[in-house]
Write a protein that binds this ligand. Structure first.
Ligand SMILES: [Zn+2]
Length: 336
Protein backbone atom coordinates (compact mmCIF):
# COMPACT_ATOMS: atom_id res chain seq x y z
CA UNK A 1 0.00 0.00 0.00
CA UNK A 2 1.45 3.37 -0.95
CA UNK A 3 1.68 5.54 2.12
CA UNK A 4 1.07 9.27 1.97
CA UNK A 5 4.38 10.93 2.61
CA UNK A 6 6.17 14.17 2.00
CA UNK A 7 7.49 14.14 -1.54
CA UNK A 8 11.24 14.67 -1.40
CA UNK A 9 13.97 14.91 -4.01
CA UNK A 10 15.40 11.38 -4.48
CA UNK A 11 18.93 12.72 -4.56
CA UNK A 12 19.20 15.45 -1.91
CA UNK A 13 16.02 14.96 0.12
CA UNK A 14 14.72 18.50 -0.50
CA UNK A 15 11.01 18.85 0.29
CA UNK A 16 9.08 19.17 -2.99
CA UNK A 17 5.71 20.15 -1.42
CA UNK A 18 6.32 23.79 -2.27
CA UNK A 19 6.92 22.86 -5.87
CA UNK A 20 3.69 20.85 -6.00
CA UNK A 21 1.76 23.75 -4.44
CA UNK A 22 2.58 25.87 -7.48
CA UNK A 23 0.69 23.51 -9.77
CA UNK A 24 -2.59 25.26 -10.62
CA UNK A 25 -3.92 24.23 -13.97
CA UNK A 26 -1.88 21.16 -14.89
CA UNK A 27 0.40 18.51 -13.38
CA UNK A 28 3.75 18.09 -15.11
CA UNK A 29 5.13 14.57 -15.52
CA UNK A 30 8.75 15.43 -14.78
CA UNK A 31 10.29 17.88 -12.39
CA UNK A 32 13.66 19.36 -11.53
CA UNK A 33 14.77 19.82 -7.95
CA UNK A 34 15.40 23.53 -7.26
CA UNK A 35 18.01 22.55 -4.67
CA UNK A 36 20.31 20.13 -6.55
CA UNK A 37 19.05 20.21 -10.13
CA UNK A 38 18.19 16.50 -10.27
CA UNK A 39 15.51 15.60 -12.82
CA UNK A 40 12.91 13.00 -11.88
CA UNK A 41 9.44 11.70 -12.77
CA UNK A 42 6.85 13.16 -10.39
CA UNK A 43 5.05 9.81 -10.19
CA UNK A 44 8.20 8.18 -8.72
CA UNK A 45 8.54 10.93 -6.14
CA UNK A 46 4.91 11.08 -5.00
CA UNK A 47 4.55 7.30 -4.97
CA UNK A 48 7.99 5.62 -4.66
CA UNK A 49 6.49 2.17 -4.03
CA UNK A 50 5.38 2.01 -7.68
CA UNK A 51 8.98 1.05 -8.54
CA UNK A 52 9.28 -2.70 -7.94
CA UNK A 53 12.25 -4.63 -9.25
CA UNK A 54 11.16 -8.26 -9.75
CA UNK A 55 14.73 -9.58 -9.48
CA UNK A 56 16.01 -7.69 -6.48
CA UNK A 57 16.18 -9.04 -2.91
CA UNK A 58 15.37 -5.70 -1.29
CA UNK A 59 11.94 -5.84 -2.97
CA UNK A 60 11.19 -9.41 -1.95
CA UNK A 61 7.96 -9.98 -0.02
CA UNK A 62 8.93 -13.17 1.82
CA UNK A 63 11.95 -15.29 2.79
CA UNK A 64 11.15 -17.67 -0.07
CA UNK A 65 11.22 -14.72 -2.49
CA UNK A 66 14.52 -13.59 -0.97
CA UNK A 67 16.14 -16.91 -1.80
CA UNK A 68 14.54 -17.14 -5.25
CA UNK A 69 16.02 -13.75 -6.10
CA UNK A 70 19.52 -14.71 -4.99
CA UNK A 71 21.00 -15.57 -8.39
CA UNK A 72 19.52 -12.62 -10.33
CA UNK A 73 20.61 -10.22 -7.57
CA UNK A 74 24.15 -11.58 -7.50
CA UNK A 75 24.30 -11.59 -11.30
CA UNK A 76 23.33 -7.91 -11.53
CA UNK A 77 25.54 -6.94 -8.57
CA UNK A 78 28.50 -8.62 -10.26
CA UNK A 79 28.79 -5.62 -12.60
CA UNK A 80 28.20 -2.46 -10.52
CA UNK A 81 27.42 -0.36 -13.63
CA UNK A 82 24.47 -2.60 -14.41
CA UNK A 83 23.34 -2.54 -10.77
CA UNK A 84 23.28 1.25 -10.55
CA UNK A 85 21.57 1.66 -13.91
CA UNK A 86 18.69 -0.45 -12.61
CA UNK A 87 18.68 0.90 -9.07
CA UNK A 88 18.13 4.63 -9.42
CA UNK A 89 17.90 7.04 -6.50
CA UNK A 90 14.08 6.92 -6.78
CA UNK A 91 14.02 3.16 -6.11
CA UNK A 92 12.69 2.38 -2.63
CA UNK A 93 15.22 0.50 -0.54
CA UNK A 94 15.11 -2.00 2.30
CA UNK A 95 18.53 -2.52 3.81
CA UNK A 96 16.85 -4.76 6.41
CA UNK A 97 15.82 -7.18 3.62
CA UNK A 98 19.29 -7.00 2.12
CA UNK A 99 20.98 -7.90 5.41
CA UNK A 100 18.44 -10.65 6.10
CA UNK A 101 19.16 -12.08 2.63
CA UNK A 102 22.91 -11.95 3.16
CA UNK A 103 22.59 -13.66 6.58
CA UNK A 104 20.38 -16.43 5.15
CA UNK A 105 22.75 -16.93 2.23
CA UNK A 106 25.75 -17.13 4.57
CA UNK A 107 23.90 -19.71 6.70
CA UNK A 108 23.05 -21.87 3.68
CA UNK A 109 26.63 -21.64 2.37
CA UNK A 110 27.91 -22.47 5.85
CA UNK A 111 25.83 -25.64 5.95
CA UNK A 112 27.05 -26.58 2.45
CA UNK A 113 30.70 -25.91 3.28
CA UNK A 114 30.36 -27.80 6.57
CA UNK A 115 29.01 -30.77 4.62
CA UNK A 116 31.91 -30.48 2.15
CA UNK A 117 34.48 -30.46 4.98
CA UNK A 118 32.84 -33.45 6.69
CA UNK A 119 32.75 -35.33 3.37
CA UNK A 120 36.44 -34.61 2.74
CA UNK A 121 37.38 -35.82 6.21
CA UNK A 122 35.22 -38.92 5.94
CA UNK A 123 36.64 -39.69 2.48
CA UNK A 124 40.16 -39.48 3.85
CA UNK A 125 39.47 -41.97 6.65
CA UNK A 126 37.42 -44.21 4.37
CA UNK A 127 40.31 -44.46 1.92
CA UNK A 128 42.76 -45.06 4.75
CA UNK A 129 40.57 -47.89 6.08
CA UNK A 130 40.47 -49.45 2.62
CA UNK A 131 44.25 -49.42 2.23
CA UNK A 132 44.74 -50.94 5.70
CA UNK A 133 42.27 -53.71 4.86
CA UNK A 134 44.26 -54.37 1.68
CA UNK A 135 47.57 -54.71 3.54
CA UNK A 136 46.10 -56.81 6.34
CA UNK A 137 46.29 -60.36 4.81
CA UNK A 138 49.92 -59.96 3.72
CA UNK A 139 51.41 -59.17 7.16
CA UNK A 140 52.11 -61.36 10.23
CA UNK A 141 49.42 -61.54 12.88
CA UNK A 142 51.33 -59.41 15.41
CA UNK A 143 51.42 -56.57 12.89
CA UNK A 144 47.78 -57.15 11.99
CA UNK A 145 46.82 -56.24 15.54
CA UNK A 146 48.66 -52.93 15.26
CA UNK A 147 47.08 -52.21 11.89
CA UNK A 148 43.65 -52.97 13.32
CA UNK A 149 44.02 -50.11 15.84
CA UNK A 150 44.51 -47.68 12.93
CA UNK A 151 41.12 -48.52 11.46
CA UNK A 152 38.59 -45.74 11.98
CA UNK A 153 35.30 -46.83 13.50
CA UNK A 154 32.58 -44.91 11.64
CA UNK A 155 29.82 -46.27 13.88
CA UNK A 156 31.26 -44.43 16.88
CA UNK A 157 29.94 -41.05 18.03
CA UNK A 158 33.52 -40.33 19.10
CA UNK A 159 34.43 -40.22 15.43
CA UNK A 160 31.58 -37.97 14.24
CA UNK A 161 31.40 -35.45 17.08
CA UNK A 162 34.86 -33.86 16.60
CA UNK A 163 34.60 -34.14 12.79
CA UNK A 164 31.27 -32.29 12.69
CA UNK A 165 32.39 -29.79 15.33
CA UNK A 166 35.59 -29.00 13.48
CA UNK A 167 33.78 -28.62 10.16
CA UNK A 168 31.28 -26.21 11.72
CA UNK A 169 33.91 -24.04 13.40
CA UNK A 170 36.66 -24.27 10.78
CA UNK A 171 39.10 -22.47 10.33
CA UNK A 172 39.05 -21.29 13.96
CA UNK A 173 39.23 -24.94 14.94
CA UNK A 174 41.69 -27.02 12.93
CA UNK A 175 42.34 -30.59 13.98
CA UNK A 176 42.69 -32.30 10.58
CA UNK A 177 44.92 -31.63 7.60
CA UNK A 178 42.49 -29.14 6.03
CA UNK A 179 44.40 -26.02 6.77
CA UNK A 180 45.59 -24.33 3.58
CA UNK A 181 44.78 -20.84 4.88
CA UNK A 182 42.33 -20.26 2.01
CA UNK A 183 39.28 -19.32 4.08
CA UNK A 184 41.47 -17.12 6.28
CA UNK A 185 42.85 -15.28 3.25
CA UNK A 186 39.28 -14.86 1.98
CA UNK A 187 38.08 -13.52 5.33
CA UNK A 188 41.08 -11.17 5.45
CA UNK A 189 40.44 -9.84 1.94
CA UNK A 190 36.71 -9.45 2.65
CA UNK A 191 37.54 -7.46 5.79
CA UNK A 192 39.97 -5.30 3.78
CA UNK A 193 37.15 -4.62 1.29
CA UNK A 194 34.87 -3.67 4.19
CA UNK A 195 37.58 -1.27 5.40
CA UNK A 196 37.78 0.28 1.91
CA UNK A 197 33.99 0.76 1.81
CA UNK A 198 33.99 2.33 5.29
CA UNK A 199 36.72 4.68 4.08
CA UNK A 200 34.61 5.71 1.07
CA UNK A 201 31.77 6.46 3.50
CA UNK A 202 34.12 8.56 5.63
CA UNK A 203 35.52 10.36 2.58
CA UNK A 204 32.01 11.17 1.42
CA UNK A 205 30.64 12.26 4.77
CA UNK A 206 33.57 13.65 6.76
CA UNK A 207 34.27 16.46 4.35
CA UNK A 208 31.22 18.74 4.40
CA UNK A 209 32.53 20.43 1.25
CA UNK A 210 32.22 17.21 -0.75
CA UNK A 211 28.71 16.57 0.45
CA UNK A 212 27.56 20.16 0.02
CA UNK A 213 28.86 20.21 -3.51
CA UNK A 214 27.32 16.88 -4.44
CA UNK A 215 24.12 17.55 -2.41
CA UNK A 216 23.70 13.84 -1.81
CA UNK A 217 21.54 12.37 0.95
CA UNK A 218 23.58 10.56 3.59
CA UNK A 219 21.21 7.57 3.28
CA UNK A 220 22.50 6.80 -0.24
CA UNK A 221 26.10 6.65 0.99
CA UNK A 222 25.26 4.52 4.04
CA UNK A 223 23.32 2.02 1.92
CA UNK A 224 26.16 1.75 -0.58
CA UNK A 225 28.54 1.07 2.29
CA UNK A 226 26.37 -1.75 3.59
CA UNK A 227 25.73 -3.33 0.17
CA UNK A 228 29.38 -3.18 -0.96
CA UNK A 229 30.90 -3.70 2.48
CA UNK A 230 29.30 -6.99 3.41
CA UNK A 231 28.88 -8.81 0.07
CA UNK A 232 32.56 -9.95 -0.14
CA UNK A 233 32.02 -11.89 3.13
CA UNK A 234 30.37 -14.61 1.02
CA UNK A 235 33.81 -15.57 -0.30
CA UNK A 236 34.75 -16.80 3.18
CA UNK A 237 32.29 -19.67 2.76
CA UNK A 238 33.51 -20.27 -0.79
CA UNK A 239 37.02 -20.49 0.72
CA UNK A 240 35.84 -23.21 3.13
CA UNK A 241 34.44 -25.22 0.22
CA UNK A 242 37.69 -24.81 -1.77
CA UNK A 243 39.62 -25.93 1.29
CA UNK A 244 37.59 -29.17 1.41
CA UNK A 245 38.15 -29.75 -2.33
CA UNK A 246 41.92 -29.29 -2.02
CA UNK A 247 42.03 -31.66 0.94
CA UNK A 248 40.10 -34.25 -1.07
CA UNK A 249 42.33 -33.63 -4.08
CA UNK A 250 45.43 -34.39 -1.99
CA UNK A 251 44.40 -37.87 -0.98
CA UNK A 252 42.38 -38.81 -4.08
CA UNK A 253 45.25 -38.15 -6.49
CA UNK A 254 45.42 -39.11 -9.27
CA UNK A 255 41.84 -40.32 -9.55
CA UNK A 256 40.28 -36.94 -8.78
CA UNK A 257 40.05 -34.58 -11.75
CA UNK A 258 40.45 -31.34 -9.80
CA UNK A 259 43.95 -29.98 -9.98
CA UNK A 260 44.91 -27.87 -6.98
CA UNK A 261 46.52 -25.35 -9.33
CA UNK A 262 43.11 -24.54 -10.86
CA UNK A 263 41.78 -23.84 -7.37
CA UNK A 264 44.74 -21.65 -6.46
CA UNK A 265 44.22 -19.61 -9.65
CA UNK A 266 40.54 -19.29 -8.76
CA UNK A 267 41.49 -17.95 -5.34
CA UNK A 268 43.86 -15.41 -6.89
CA UNK A 269 41.19 -14.21 -9.32
CA UNK A 270 38.61 -14.01 -6.49
CA UNK A 271 40.89 -11.87 -4.32
CA UNK A 272 41.72 -9.52 -7.19
CA UNK A 273 38.07 -9.34 -8.19
CA UNK A 274 36.90 -8.48 -4.64
CA UNK A 275 39.18 -5.44 -4.47
CA UNK A 276 38.48 -4.28 -8.04
CA UNK A 277 34.75 -4.85 -7.52
CA UNK A 278 34.66 -2.78 -4.32
CA UNK A 279 36.35 0.17 -6.01
CA UNK A 280 34.24 -0.24 -9.14
CA UNK A 281 31.08 -0.30 -7.01
CA UNK A 282 31.87 3.09 -5.47
CA UNK A 283 32.88 4.66 -8.77
CA UNK A 284 29.69 3.34 -10.42
CA UNK A 285 27.67 4.64 -7.45
CA UNK A 286 29.20 8.09 -7.85
CA UNK A 287 28.90 8.39 -11.61
CA UNK A 288 25.85 6.31 -12.52
CA UNK A 289 23.87 5.87 -9.32
CA UNK A 290 24.16 9.39 -7.91
CA UNK A 291 24.98 11.17 -11.16
CA UNK A 292 27.78 13.17 -9.60
CA UNK A 293 29.86 14.83 -12.29
CA UNK A 294 33.25 14.07 -10.78
CA UNK A 295 36.41 14.59 -12.79
CA UNK A 296 38.44 11.46 -13.50
CA UNK A 297 41.36 12.60 -11.36
CA UNK A 298 39.01 13.23 -8.43
CA UNK A 299 37.84 9.62 -8.71
CA UNK A 300 41.44 8.41 -8.90
CA UNK A 301 42.30 10.39 -5.76
CA UNK A 302 39.24 9.04 -3.91
CA UNK A 303 40.13 5.48 -4.96
CA UNK A 304 43.70 5.87 -3.69
CA UNK A 305 42.49 7.50 -0.45
CA UNK A 306 39.99 4.67 0.10
CA UNK A 307 42.91 2.28 0.66
CA UNK A 308 43.47 4.18 3.92
CA UNK A 309 40.60 1.96 5.06
CA UNK A 310 43.11 -0.88 5.51
CA UNK A 311 43.93 0.10 9.13
CA UNK A 312 40.17 0.05 9.81
CA UNK A 313 40.16 -3.53 8.52
CA UNK A 314 43.04 -4.26 10.90
CA UNK A 315 41.01 -2.87 13.80
CA UNK A 316 38.01 -5.02 12.86
CA UNK A 317 40.25 -8.11 12.82
CA UNK A 318 41.72 -7.22 16.21
CA UNK A 319 38.20 -6.79 17.59
CA UNK A 320 37.40 -10.28 16.32
CA UNK A 321 40.25 -11.88 18.26
CA UNK A 322 38.41 -12.32 21.61
CA UNK A 323 35.53 -14.00 19.73
CA UNK A 324 38.04 -16.38 18.18
CA UNK A 325 39.55 -17.23 21.55
CA UNK A 326 36.07 -17.72 23.04
CA UNK A 327 35.19 -20.16 20.25
CA UNK A 328 38.45 -22.09 20.83
CA UNK A 329 37.65 -22.43 24.55
CA UNK A 330 34.09 -23.41 23.79
CA UNK A 331 35.29 -26.14 21.41
CA UNK A 332 37.61 -27.62 24.04
CA UNK A 333 34.86 -27.40 26.62
CA UNK A 334 32.39 -29.41 24.52
CA UNK A 335 35.14 -31.88 23.65
CA UNK A 336 35.97 -31.10 20.03
ZN1 LIG B 1 17.48 17.64 -4.95
Amino acid sequence: MPQPQTPICPKCGYDQSGEIATWSTQCPTTGTCPECGYTFAWADVTNPSRIQLPWYVEHAKSKRHLLKRTLPTLWILLFPNRYFRRLTMETPRSIKSYLLWLTLLMLILHILSTAALIAANFGYHYQSNASIAQRMPAVPSAEQQILATWITDFSSINYWKPIIGEALLFPIIQRSAFEQGISQVMAGTATACLGISIMWLILYSAFPVTRKRTKLRMAHITRAMIVAGFLPMLTFEIGRILEAIIFADNFLKPTFFFASSIIYSTIFVLILWMIIWTQWFWIAATRIGWQIKAKWWELVLLTIASFLGMPIAGLIMTAFKPIRIAIEHFAIWIGI
